[in-house]
Write a protein that binds this ligand. Structure first.
Ligand code: SF4
Length: 346
């Protein structure tokens, strides 16, 4: 006997009316399942990309290579050129490797395990193809489903630790019947109704089953992991002005902001190493706070004006400093140095 669940019934009923019409789909409840080639191609293209962006690429690929066998025989350079613009080129290389393997097997495997063994097909994609193209009951969990399930059950544990629980709970609401329509309904609900911000609960078929809705705080889920405090480094940047110009240097090619123009200053650390470029009466004119991917930097800006230029180097007109191509960090430091010099000149 096929089993459905209250949630799946509500959702599939909603899907019967609201399903998006997409070129790789068949209508809800259709007797004929969609072509696995179309489902696979769309799922690979949709990784990291939107439905709107994929549409023209899908049409181009289907026109040029209408079957998986045609794609298996494609010229690799031509395929890569057709993929250009979709990004993540490893996917395009896997696409052709997968097409060749499917052609060798004589067709797509009809099970989640068989699909998972193909090049470039991960757990989510295997489950999606198994459910949509073959009607197999498979627990399909992507970021949209994670969000919907986290809200339905108000899962308080933060991601990513909550993933096994999300999967287990997604399993409890996945029906045996119409597995493909259920998977696509979850996708549509996550993308159009149960959105990350401002979910449209008033248009959702699952309000009666949704704990986050009952609590009045859907956006609190999924709970994000606490951000780790980034290590902090300190640095010094010297604004040395002379005769209407400021001394700039090039940062070493390797390392942060490699090869870019900057104000002089030494290594960042705690404490920073940075002897001034010349002895002068240096004044502290401010601190720039900047966050890089792996650390936060507090850059103290020191300024001095000297009558003549005692050091060789690139002296850049202060009036044209915006054209020096300074990275944001040093542009902000330069703004502090320049403002301080202008104040002194008043
Ligand atoms: S009721 Fe709101 S929070 Fe709950 S599943 Fe629907 S859209 Fe998401």
């Amino acid at each position: 006997m096929l089993v459905d669940t209250p949630v799946s019934r509500l959702l599939v009923d909603w899907y019967d009316v609201h399903a998006r019409t997409l070129p790789w789909r068949t209508p809800p409840g259709a007797k004929v399942r969609p072509d696995p080639y179309r489902v696979w191609l769309s799922e690979i293209m949709l990784q990291q990309t939107t439905v709107a962006a994929v549409g023209p690429y899908f049409a181009k690929f289907k026109g040029r290579w209408p079957t998986v066998e045609a794609l298996a025989a494609a010229d690799e350079a031509e395929l890569m050129a057709a993929w250009a613009g979709l990004g993540y080129y490893a996917r395009a290389r896997n696409l052709i490797a997968c097409a060749r393997e499917v052609a060798r097997l004589g067709g797509f495997p009809a099970t989640e395990d068989g699909l998972r063994a193909l090049p470039g097909i991960g757990a989510y994609t295997a489950a999606a193809i198994a459910a949509i193209a073959f009607g197999e009951r498979a627990v399909v969990v992507d970021a949209n489903v994670e969000r919907v399930v986290s809200r339905l059950f108000a899962i308080s544990e933060p991601l990513p630790g909550s993933r096994p629980r999300i999967r287990a709970l997604a399993d409890t609401i996945t029906p045996d019947a119409r597995a493909g329509d259920f998977a696509q309904a979850m996708m549509d609900l996550g993308s159009a109704v149960c959105t990350p911000r401002n979910p449209r609960c008033d248009a959702c078929p699952l309000t009666s089953a949704c704990t986050a809705y009952a609590q009045g705080n859907p956006e609190a889920y999924p709970v994000k992991p606490a951000k780790k405090a980034k290590p902090r480094r300190r640095g010094i940047a010297y604004w040395l002005e002379s005769e209407g110009a400021v001394l700039l240097v090039r940062r070493p090619d390797k390392g942060m902001l490699g090869g870019m123009r900057a104000l002089p200053g030494g290594e960042w650390g705690d404490p920073p190493e940075a002897a001034p470029p010349v002895p002068a009466t240096w004044r502290h004119v401010g601190t720039v706070e900047h966050v890089f991917t792996h650390f936060a930097l507090s850059l103290d800006v020191m300024a001095a004006d000297i009558p003549a230029r005692p050091v060789e180097g690139e002296w850049w007109p202060v009036a044209a400093i915006e054209e020096a191509g300074l990275p944001t960090l040093y542009a902000r430091a330069a703004a502090l140095g320049r403002a301080s010099s202008e104040m002194l000149a008043l």
